[in-house]
Design a protein around this ligand. Structure first.
Ligand code: CTP
Ligand code: CA
Length: 227
């Protein structure tokens, strides 16, 4: 007989997905950001929820609608995302950082709109916290931690280095020079790197299909850890 319901391969699991860009303001109407749409992270959250996981989506500003069934946590800045993600993470079976977190923020945000005849037009930038690095250093036993790597050169070397440095189990490497891949596209061409050095080199596919592949790999790690 044909199945009428999707198998609930992740029921009983808790999964956190971060998505979208962050906005780092320097006055009430202006901010530093990047072209992230949130599509990859929202696809991951939708698929995790479809498979039965209690799914938390922590998202920076995005025009997308939260997928049905997910617990949605809207944030704006990297510092806010860090607080929300770090609070939720210890209870999660898997954390997937798909967000394009801004690496820099303006040192100060003016309380009022900067007027165009202002005589100080310099914006000084400072680093934001590396959220994933913090999660890796405090990772609970058995948790699966997944990062993304957005690169314009030396894709595999840079991604492998982030996998080890941030204490991840999986990193999804995104080559930003590929057409139909990365920021704002509906498709993505990625390589999935694992802690044992193995690499899965995927062709260009929809972000929904990439989400399925990533969750299949997370499920395999859960199964291996229970053996
Ligand atoms: N990340 C994060 N917090 C930051 C920056 C990045 O949690 N402040 C996460 C991203 O969500 C992603 C991973 O770290 O999962 C790698 O992001 P990426 O921008 O590729 O690497 P960075 O470590 O920020 O290094 P760089 O941008 O200099 O290549
Ligand atoms: Ca970065």
């Amino acid at each position: 007989a044909r199945r009428l319901v999707t198998p609930q391969s992740l029921s009983g699991r808790k999964i956190l997905v971060s998505a979208g860009p962050t906005w780092e303001p320097f006055d009430p109407v202006r901010f530093i950001t990047n072209p992230s749409s949130g599509k990859m992270g929202y696809a991951l959250a939708a698929e995790a929820s479809r498979r039965g996981a209690e799914t938390h989506l922590v998202s920076g500003p995005s025009v997308l609608c939260p997928p049905s069934g997910v617990r949605f946590h809207g944030v704006v800045t990297a510092e806010e995302m860090n607080r929300v993600v770090s609070d939720l993470a210890p209870a999660m079976d898997a954390v997937i950082m798909a967000a394009a977190v801004s690496d820099f923020r303006p040192e100060k945000a003016a309380p009022q709109k900067t007027k165009k005849d202002s005589n100080d037009l310099t914006v000084r930038l400072v680093r934001t916290p590396d959220i994933l690095d913090g999660l890796g250093s405090r990772k609970p036993a058995g948790q699966v931690l997944v990062g993304f790597a957005a690169e314009t050169e030396n894709l595999l070397e840079n991604a492998a280095e982030k996998l080890v440095r941030k204490n991840l189990d999986i990193i999804v490497a995104n080559d930003l020079t590929q057409p139909d891949s990365g920021f704002r596209c509906d498709t993505n061409q990625v390589k999935i790197l694992f802690r044992d050095g193995s690499i899965e080199d995927l062709p260009c596919m929809t972000k929904q299909d990439v989400a399925r592949r990533v969750l299949d790999r997370i499920e395999s790690l859960f199964a291996a850890r229970e053996r």
